[in-house]
Design a protein around this ligand. Structure first.
Ligand SMILES: O=P(O)(O)OC[C@H]1O[C@H](O)[C@H](O)[C@@H](O)[C@@H]1O
Length: 568
């Protein structure tokens, strides 16, 4: 396929469009009665089982999707990524998050240089630093051990680390290694988030890690200055050196901010923000909390999937299959959303993280060559852990709109609970739902069944479930650091596969810029109005009236902004 050809102009795309019309005439009930088909839709790798038999897809669909992958040059695109070519063409960068978790002896090139030694230099530095903090050989300005960490960052410098932290929090090994320590995340520029995060913390025993790829993000920098004030107002300006460190690609700005470059942990422009959890962005705060050896297992899990993604044939390749099925659902069946439903409370921050990875990567309107797309790319991702979601938005999934669902289950709970006299263990109770929901969605319930159950006629239509609602199930053996790394990498690569097929650049994010620059205009106006009483001007009627009302009603904010920190 010539690079400027849109995927939607190719024959395999058109064939899939025609095929989708046929598939829509079948019902999952019938598809699932074919056991041979179901058997061929179960794939296992490294302990993780994927069952996609409840996708609204036939064996022929799969073949046609592989043809689409071929015409989209999927294999070549994956190889180009692993070879460090500048596949992020609008930013002229390699995309090498796989190098962040590559074994020490592997060779991955970016711009003619093997980047793996640089990765391991930083990992070694994190290991050493985190051990010093955890052992108490590095102490705060008043000689006290630093037991608490506040990681300040937003977007990709926040969501991934928060997901992994939340997932590890109840893992027995991680609990042991985190005993007596706290890790918190300050992301929002809302001062309420500052208040929440410093409540109960003592600056004397707190280490603040400023995490920002660019070190220019407005929210993070204001929060960084706020926590610097929190530390220096309590312990004196010189305490900052002992209580603040940074993670960034921009070490010059780190130094300008007042953080010793020796206490800065680097990463590189070939790591996209939303793909950076395996860089110092995640590894530093997580190693401070759990110790490097736990986090190394997380990196190993991700690396195992990296190798699988790179070398496994498509028929057995988990991220490739998942990516192709998502393209099928979005572009051919016309389902714009995807629900991520982990049956594990430990994965409660997984969907919010994947929201950024997916929606910032694939929410694009033009091809990688800048040609407007005649089809929609990307999907709307949302999700909550089961069973909570069942008591919330599942109504819509069962009887309202069709939303393809990812059910993620875990065989062994991190925290088994059994009660004598109960029918099943607490985890089995949870998992009963994990196994039941996909069939409820697929099969539904017919009016004939309801009539047989003597449901009053006026309720039959209300109680009918059309079924034929696609889902897939991923079953993890357990949820330790290694499995968490596997799960992360499966989704990262799946999303890249979707972008490769759609022919977009999944690694830039120009769509976040416009709002930022308009906020700069508003910020200038707020300053001018508060300090010089200037009237609101240069905005439309709506914004002018809202801003005027806001300024008038908050006239008590002092123009000279004498320092004031949250009252906690
Ligand atoms: O890490 P930073 O440079 O502070 O960036 C934080 C975030 O802000 C930007 O607006 C991007 O949309 C995100 O991809 C990025 O992760």
């Amino acid at each position: 396929m010539a690079s400027s050809t849109l995927i939607s102009d190719t024959q395999p795309w058109k064939e899939l469009q025609a095929h989708a019309v046929d598939v829509k005439k079948t019902h999952l009930r019938d598809l699932l009665s074919n056991e041979e088909r179901s058997r061929s839709m179960v794939v296992e790798f490294d302990g993780i089982l994927l069952d996609y038999s409840r996708q609204l897809a036939t064996v022929e669909t799969r073949e046609k999707l592989f043809k689409l992958a071929e015409v989209a040059s999927l294999k070549e695109k994956i190889n180009r990524m692993y070879k460090g070519e500048h596949i992020n063409s609008t930013e002229n960068r390699s995309v090498l998050h796989v190098a962040l978790r590559a074994p020490r002896d592997s060779v991955i090139q970016s711009d003619g240089k093997n980047v793996v030694p640089d990765v391991w230099n930083v990992l070694d530095k994190i290991k050493e630093f985190s051990e010093r903090i955890r052992s108490g050989s590095w102490v705060g300005a008043t000689g006290k051990q630093l037991k608490d960490v506040v990681a300040v960052g937003i977007g990709g410098s926040f969501l991934g680390p928060l997901f992994v932290h939340t997932a590890l929090q109840t893992d027995p090994e991680a609990i042991e290694s985190a005993r007596g320590r706290q890790l918190r995340f300050l992301a929002n520029v809302d001062p309420i988030d500052v208040a929440r995060n410093i409540t109960g913390l003592n600056p004397e025993t707190t280490l603040v890690v400023i995490v920002s790829k660019t070190f220019t993000t407005a929210e993070t920098m204001l929060n960084a200055r706020t926590l610097r004030e929190w530390i220096s107002s309590a312990l004196g300006a010189s305490a900052v050196a002992k209580h603040m460190v940074a993670v960034s690609t921009n070490l010059t700005l780190v130094e300008k901010f007042g953080i010793d470059p020796n206490n800065a942990f680097a990463f590189w422009d070939w790591v996209g923000g939303r793909y950076s959890v395996c860089s110092a962005v995640g590894v530093l705060p997580l190693s401070l909390q759990y110790g490097f050896s736990v986090i190394e297992k997380f990196l190993k899990g991700a690396s195992s999937i990296d190798q699988h993604m790179h070398s496994e044939q498509f028929e057995r390749n988990l991220p490739v299959l998942l990516g192709l099925l998502s393209v099928w659902n979005v572009s051919f069946l016309g389902y714009p959303a995807r629900a991520i439903l982990p049956y594990s409370q430990a994965l409660e921050k997984f969907a919010p993280h994947i929201q950024q990875v997916s929606m910032e990567s694939n929410g694009k309107g033009v091809s990688i060559d800048g040609v407007p797309l005649p089809f929609e790319a990307g999907e709307i991702d949302f999700g909550e852990p089961g069973t909570n979601g069942q008591h919330s938005f599942y109504q819509l999934i069962h009887q309202g709109r069709v939303i393809p669902c990812d059910f993620i289950g875990v065989v062994k709970s991190q925290q088994p609970v059994y009660l004598s006299g109960e029918v099943v263990s607490n985890h089995d109770e949870l998992m009963s739902n994990f196994f039941a929901q996909p069939d409820a969605l697929a099969y539904g319930k017919t009016s004939e069944q309801l009539k047989k159950e003597n449901v009053p006629p006026h309720l039959v239509s209300h109680k009918t479930f059309s079924g034929n609602r696609p889902s897939l199930s991923l079953l993890l053996p357990s949820l330790n650091a290694y499995n968490i790394g596997q799960l992360l990498a499966i989704y990262e690569h799946r999303i890249a596969v979707e972008g490769f097929i759609w022919g977009i650049n999944s690694f830039d994010q120009w769509g976040v810029e416009l709002g930022k620059s308009l906020a700069t205009q508003v910020r200038k106006q707020l300053n001018a109005s508060r300090t010089k009483g200037e009237p609101v001007q240069g905005f439309n009627f709506s914004t002018t009236s809202m801003l005027t009302r806001y300024l008038k009603a908050s006239a008590d904010v002092p123009a000279d902004l004498p320092t004031r920190l949250p009252k906690t």
